[in-house]
Design a protein around this ligand. Sequence first.
Ligand SMILES: Cc1cc2nc3c(=O)[nH]c(=O)nc-3n(C[C@H](O)[C@H](O)[C@H](O)COP(=O)(O)OP(=O)(O)OC[C@H]3O[C@@H](n4cnc5c(N)ncnc54)[C@H](O)[C@@H]3O)c2cc1C
Length: 424
Amino acid sequence: MNKSLKLTEIENTLYDVVVVGGGMAGTFAAVAAAREGASVLLVEKNGYLGGAATAGLVHPFMPYFERPGGKIANAGLFTELLRRLHEIGASPSDKSCFFNDQLLKVTLDRLLVEAGVSMLFGCMVGEVDMDGESIKKVHAYSPAGKISLSAKIFVDASGDADLSAFAGMDCRVGRPKDHLCNPMTLNFNLANVDWSRWDKYEADKNYRELKAQGKIRNNRRDILSMTMQVGNMMHLNSTRIVGKDATDPVSYTEAELEGREQMLELYNFLKNYCPGLEDCELVSAGAEIGVRESRRVIGHYILTEEDVLGVKHFEDSICRATYNVDIHNPEGEGTFCRYLPHNTYYTIPYRCLVPLGSKNLLVAGRPISATHEAHSSLRVIPSASCIGQAAGTAAALSAKHSVAPENLDVDELRNVLVNNGALV
Ligand SMILES: Cc1cc2nc3c(=O)[nH]c(=O)nc-3n(C[C@H](O)[C@H](O)[C@H](O)COP(=O)(O)OP(=O)(O)OC[C@H]3O[C@@H](n4cnc5c(N)ncnc54)[C@H](O)[C@@H]3O)c2cc1C
């Protein structure tokens, strides 16, 4: 079980590492740091781990292997997760990209509990005290009021770079010309699908006809649907909410409302116009809208599209990634994909995790230092997870050696990652 702690005890503890955000990146960061011997506290605003993968009903895991050859690019904690999901019946094989999101929650809980990580759910970090370039205290808001947390090293795994922004780090939002981000999407699942009669071509044709008649408000050009491994279900990643900013609560609220309207519109369309879906039922949707992109922190290096497509291998690489550039049009229709050469991977340098101007902060997951284009590739779950493992390891080592993350010996970090099976 999560160690039973009193709030006063938590507030009086100087942790080696405090991780803000328990998405895939934050969870992996916390596990990696704790396995490296650090005392770790993870703070999460939801009541469970997984972030977009659970709260946003994202499905499936994008490839973590070179394509088309299938050679694994990153092992480490991510392959351990795949194995453990399979062991409890949450996926069809230990290499499968399909998973049961409820059992993913349980598996992530267990990883943290077994590693001895202390957890605080239902707490939203909203304020930071600085001491020069160091974070002195992080304040989280909870039903018990404000909780103040101290650590030698903090990891910002909040997805939206909340902690970095509160700490005054330089951040960018969206693409340079207008700061528009990849659109948000409310994912949902349909049950009772007759796959033998489902016809994607027919569905897209009917959808476009209704769209041309102005009867569909959704910004997507076509239907993005996926099979699920259970119960004749269909996964829909097909709503598209453009022009909203996840870091502005007014804009975010509008996005949530629009997402649900688009979900209902799509459900009605699919049921009434698509063979095989006449009897389908809308059984689940993300507890919150999926945010693909928001703030990105400026670090000691900014990963670019040229690095991704040029499959650059950096000396301080801490993660290998294989997913393509995948930009969902921030203005409306269309998705722009650009692919890596066959059977290659690019790497993410440690410097992208280290914000400029901080002495005790690391960033993990989708908000690391990258351009809008490079971000569209590295944001997927396998790379976000592996970045998390690297950030947690780096945080533990920085705390152990009492050095700022920017001064950490990267060879030592890489050796630990290799020994732990990451960076195969
Ligand atoms: C619609 C959509 C479809 C996608 N499709 C795929 C796909 O098919 N396959 C794939 O591999 N990837 C996909 N992705 C990408 C992937 O899901 C995410 O980029 C990835 O999960 C990000 O992980 P993360 O841990 O960096 O951030 P997040 O998952 O965003 O986690 C951040 C966590 O921090 C918490 N948090 C935020 N702010 C605070 C705060 N102030 N205090 C405390 N806690 C906080 C949040 O509750 C959350 O749990 C998709 C994303 C979206 C949105």
